[in-house]
Design a protein around this ligand. Structure first.
Ligand SMILES: [Zn+2]
Length: 447
């Protein structure tokens, strides 16, 4: 209560200019998110005209902030990625009797090609059965409220020696969770197939709702041999542009690197994906941070391109500049969120002050310090765990290179990667408070 009275006194004494300044910061954040999520930027896909428009807008923003250009040409670090992409987004499973099933491929790395001659059932909740050569596992999707992490299932199947993991819908999935996954995947171009340094992936394949149940009739599973036809690869070349800017005070090549990706996915089956939370929210937060932290030297901003296509910009930065001393990634921080995919479907689970914090094992002191600073701004900080947090973001290539890494993320919400990820759903007070906490972090980091 004492604190409330003190705050009330401060508010009563505050000159009108203070209220004006607070509104101005919300307006700036809102303007940045509005612009990045606008129809003119068409989902900011790497290499697209909308992506270029976003980059030009951000370049002028960095200039207006008085930051020091640290790209290879001005603020820009252009990069190209050459590799291979799948000629089609579908694979075909062919049975001995000529019966066939089309499967949607989910892959961001080259697919490990091995002959499939036998299918084995992997019951939900059980450990995966050990597989011999040519054996693929067939598993069902979620039945209801349990968590569902398909790429984690794929990793477990691969560890059990499976040649592929084939997913099919669960009959009890009346909410259509599985069908929504397949719909989202099939509308996205996930055919990016071979990038420098990628290790081959065990194929993760999705059966459509109708066909999948056939895999679960005992006859069908026994009957063999099966053949899995994976599409061939074709060469592709992709051009992206990162933006690199140092604090006004000078260079920060070996200091704290703050990262946010500005690209998104372009369009999906339901139309343009505006990506207001993912990740216009993080970009706007870092621009506001730059304004607040002008007198804290030794930091660098990296606004990456091509994150959505496989962390391309972060990898290109590492190749060109080498590892920084420390890295902090900010992605999707503007929503009332829930702390696990399972809770997305629970009404009332959204928490407007929840913030997830992932930290690399060697980032201990920094993690403690950032946790304290976020808590001081009334965030409820939750430890982010699991492969989705550890690998699913621009901090991952840095952490793999041994850089002490931190990742701040709002968590999950049902509008993630949909046309409903809109500016009007962003809680701008979160961004403003996060920018202030990051300023305190950059001004007095742990070590
Ligand atoms: Zn993102």
């Amino acid at each position: 209560m004492k604190r409330v009275i003190a705050v009330l006194c401060l508010l009563a004494l505050a000159p009108p200019a203070l209220a004006g300044a607070m509104a101005a910061d919300t307006l700036r954040l809102r303007d940045t998110v509005d612009r990045l999520a606008s129809p003119a930027m068409a989902g900011r896909r790497c290499g697209s005209p909308g992506g270029d428009a976003a980059r030009r807008y951000l370049e002028s923003g960095l200039r207006d902030l008085g930051l020091t250009p640290a790209g290879t040409v001005g603020f820009a670090q252009a990069f190209t990625v050459e590799g291979e992409r799948l000629a089609a987004a579908a694979a075909v499973l062919v049975g001995a009797d000529g019966d066939s099933l089309t499967l949607t491929i989910q892959a961001r790395a080259p697919l490990r090609r091995s002959a499939v001659t036998r299918l084995r059932l992997w019951p939900n909740g059980a450990p995966p059965p050990a597989c011999g050569p040519g054996e693929a596992l067939v598993a069902r999707g979620p039945s209801g409220r349990e968590g569902f992490q398909p790429t984690l299932l794929r990793d477990r199947a691969a560890a059990a020696g499976a040649a592929a993991l084939i997913l099919a819908p669960h009959p009890a999935d009346t909410a259509g969770v599985y069908a929504r996954y397949v719909h989202r995947l099939s509308g996205r171009d996930l055919r990016l197939h071979r990038l420098p340094g990628d290790a081959p992936e065990t194929p993760l394949l999705w059966a459509a709702a109708g066909g999948g149940s056939r895999l679960f009739s005992a006859d069908s599973l026994r009957a063999g041999p099966w053949r899995l036809d994976l599409p061939a690869g074709e060469p592709f070349r992709l051009a992206g542009v990162n933006l690199v800017a140092d604090s006004p005070g000078g260079t920060a090549a070996d200091g704290l690197l703050l990262v946010a990706h500005y690209d998104h996915l372009g369009a999906g089956p339901g139309g343009v994906l505006p990506g207001a939370d993912d990740n216009a929210s993080g970009v706007a937060t870092l621009l506001e941070f730059a304004r607040l932290a002008a007198d804290a030297p030794g930091w660098r901003l990296l606004l990456t391109d091509g994150e959505e296509l496989g962390l391309l910009g972060a990898r290109a930065y590492l190749r060109e500049y080498g590892p920084p001393a420390r890295v902090l990634n900010v992605d999707s921080v503007g929503r009332a969120t829930v702390d696990s995919p399972r809770r997305i479907r629970e009404p009332g689970a959204a928490d407007p002050r929840l913030m997830m914090l992932w930290s690399a094992e060697n980032a201990g002191g920094d993690a403690v310090r950032l946790r304290e600073l976020l808590a001081a701004r009334d965030f409820q900080v939750r430890e982010a765990r699991g492969p989705m947090f550890a690998r699913g973001g621009d901090h991952a290539p840095f952490a793999e290179a041994g850089v002490p890494g931190l990742f701040v993320c709002g968590g999950f919400h049902a509008d993630y990667e949909t046309p409903r990820d809109l500016p009007e759903r962003i809680l701008f007070a979160r961004l403003s408070d996060l920018a202030a906490a990051l300023r305190d972090f950059a001004a007095a980091p742990c070590r």
